[in-house]
Unconditional design. Structure first.
Length: 281
């Protein structure tokens, strides 16, 4: 095997990917190409076939063990392996490779597999990714605690008092929210938030236009659109949301025989609920 002296970075990669030198030369050759041997979960490649791979710039979007998924700006994702030979900026450990961290990855390629030889990133980006991770973990703990506290108050009781209902309406076959609807939803969320132990129950409906399957899917889509807006734009906590549902043409507010009646029935009802076990406490 001929080694090119002006590629010193290749030596470190080969030292990890190739098996330790031991025994006779024939034993080395037999072990080095044995496809059943795994190095950190990646099949050991023949050192001769390792070549310089592509440089990947993107964001770490997933991690499992010694494998990273890096998603580039165009939305494509590439999986690369890491091992002890992978140089991580500033001699950091692999623990610094967090989801959401923008990275530049230099790779070596052996067959279809890519091995990260070097991973670089900005220190400020690592600080941001660490803050996001810590904040996410803290919010999860807080949300779990709040959910358990609420369950302790409500228990298994499935009967609630309806304190208020807000209806938002839609055009035929549509699920988009108007500016007026959005303002109304946030106003409802603010009002409900002032009521201790209040939950929201969101139910989507349609008029009689269309097939049963179409109306069921549309009513669910409308309910989901309202829930997303309540949580993302109005700040309503997910753990204070009862299981939503789509009811298609059920429970019409008016007759579907007229256009005016159909307009009333194309709605999502946002019900402010308080369990009877805690209401008026």
């Amino acid at each position: 095997m001929r080694v090119i002296a002006n590629r010193p970075s290749l030596y470190a990669v080969l030292a990890i990917v190739a098996l330790p030198i031991a025994g006779s030369l024939s034993a080395q050759q037999q072990d080095a190409v044995d496809p059943s041997i795994l190095v950190n979960g990646v099949p050991a490649a023949d050192p001769v076939t390792l070549t310089k791979g592509p440089e990947i710039k993107g964001v770490i979007s997933a991690r499992q063990g010694d494998k990273l998924k890096v998603t580039t700006a165009d939305g494509n994702s590439t999986v690369v392996a890491i091992n002890q030979a992978t140089k991580i900026k500033g001699k950091r450990s692999s623990d610094s490779l967090l989801n959401g961290l923008p990275v530049t990855v230099k790779t070596m390629q052996g067959g279809p597999d890519l091995l990260a030889s070097q991973i670089n990133f900005q220190t400020k980006d690592l600080k941001t990714a660490t803050m996001i991770r810590n904040a996410t973990e803290r919010r999860f703990v807080e949300q779990a605690a709040a959910t358990e506290a609420l369950r302790g108050r409500v228990g298994d009781i499935d009967k609630y008092n309806i304190k208020h209902t807000t209806n938002v309406h839609f055009d035929t076959g549509k699920s988009n929210l108007s500016a007026e609807d959005k303002e109304q939803l946030c106003s409802t969320a603010t009002q409900a938030n002032a009521t201790e132990n209040a939950l929201l129950l969101v139910i989507g409906y349609t008029d009689s236009t269309g097939s049963e399957d179409t109306n069921q899917a549309l009513s669910e889509k409308r309910a989901s659109r309202v829930i997303n807006y309540l949580q993302q734009a109005c700040g309503w906590k997910p753990y204070r949301m009862l299981t939503p549902t789509g009811m298609a043409t059920a429970d019409p507010l008016a007759s579907n025989d007229t256009e005016e009646g159909k307009a009333q029935n194309r709605r999502v009802a946002v019900n402010v609920m308080v369990s009877k076990s805690v209401d008026n406490m």
